[in-house]
Design a protein around this ligand. Structure first.
Ligand code: ZN
Length: 310
């Protein structure tokens, strides 16, 4: 275990829950694999989208705050999440998004790969990157390709990625707007999906605002509880203030703030989303952790009703 294998999940803030569900299920073709509540704020939903079983590396999650003000990304925040897809899947995804009138969809190129960039209904940037299939990219975008962190000064974050996480520098590019993009790729032997972290140094330093349409944190994978503890120790040894292990029902989590300001998490692959309901019916019922089950009636009364699109 000399490198982190890649992304486990990405968590963002959104506005109206039904709008979020409609977009990610209908337009982007994701499956709602868990409908639960924010464990730190049980009057708010926590939606998890992923592939059919909720494989680590496919999980995009949202806290829908009905009254969340609009946020905007800026230095110290993750500013985009990208899925990977095969060349055939890229064109299919573009057609599907056009049919659903997804706003802002534009195709560009980055490090020699086609990138479809769009914004979700809350203004969050979601990208689809065409990969050659060597990484196992399927025809439907489920697996992550990368996350982009917006940073005023990328060096300390770059050192964390290379010296602690075991990533290697994999290129530098200048964007059309003059921003600099530094790419880092996991050096893990089993790195397959979501193995890329891009650091973007924007031209303007307009500060970000946390709110709907912004990414809350970025979680990386640990294969086992033992591996998670080892990463926790390495992160602490590197001088970061890392939390104890927290039970998140579907994985265990530790958190720390990386030097550029983005909240990072290390999450375990097990136990996964089929731990409290069968794979066939994932996401259909509101699932609550044991500590909130006695308060189910009260929690259900405050959560806005939603319909999961077929
Ligand atoms: Zn998380």
């Amino acid at each position: 275990m000399n490198a982190i294998a890649g992304l486990h999940h990405v968590t963002a803030i959104c506005g109206a829950p039904q709008t979020n569900l409609d977009f990610y299920v209908r337009a982007l073709g994701q499956r709602l694999v868990k409908r639960t509540v924010n464990f730190d704020d049980p009057g708010t939903y926590h939606f998890y989208y992923g592939d059919h079983v909720g494989t680590p590396g496919t999980i995009l999650t949202f806290f829908p705050f009905a009254n969340a003000g609009a946020g905007r990304p800026g230095p110290g925040m993750a500013c985009a999440v990208a899925y990977e897809v095969s060349p055939a899947g890229f064109d299919a995804a573009a057609a599907r998004l056009a049919a659903h009138h997804a706003p802002g969809a534009a195709v560009g190129e980055r490090f020699g790969q086609r990138v479809l960039s769009l914004v979700d209904p809350d203004g969050m940037t979601v990208e689809i990157v065409e990969t050659g299939g060597a990484g196992g990219a399927g025809d439907v975008p489920h697996f992550f390709h990368s996350v982009t962190l917006c940073l005023a000064a990328p060096e300390p974050t770059a050192r964390l990625l290379t010296d602690v996480f075991g990533y290697r520098a994999a290129g530098e590019a200048t964007e059309a707007d003059g921003a600099t993009r530094l790419r880092f790729v996991s050096g893990a032997e089993d790195a397959e999906h979501g193995a890329v972290v891009d650091l973007e140094v924007p031209v303007t330093r307009r500060s970000g605002v946390s709110g709907a349409g912004t990414i809350h944190h970025v979680a990386f994978r640990a294969g086992t509880d033992a591996e998670q503890v080892e990463w926790q120790q390495r992160i602490a040894a590197a001088g970061f203030d890392v939390t104890p292990v927290i039970d998140r029902q579907y994985f265990n989590a530790v958190y720390f703030r990386e030097p550029g300001g983005v909240l990072f998490e290390i999450a375990t692959d097990p136990p996964g989303f089929a731990t409290d309901e069968p794979v066939e019916t994932l996401g259909e019922a509101l699932k609550l952790p044991a500590q909130y089950e006695p308060h189910r009636a009260r929690i259900e009364a405050v959560l806005p009703p939603v319909t999961v699109p077929a």
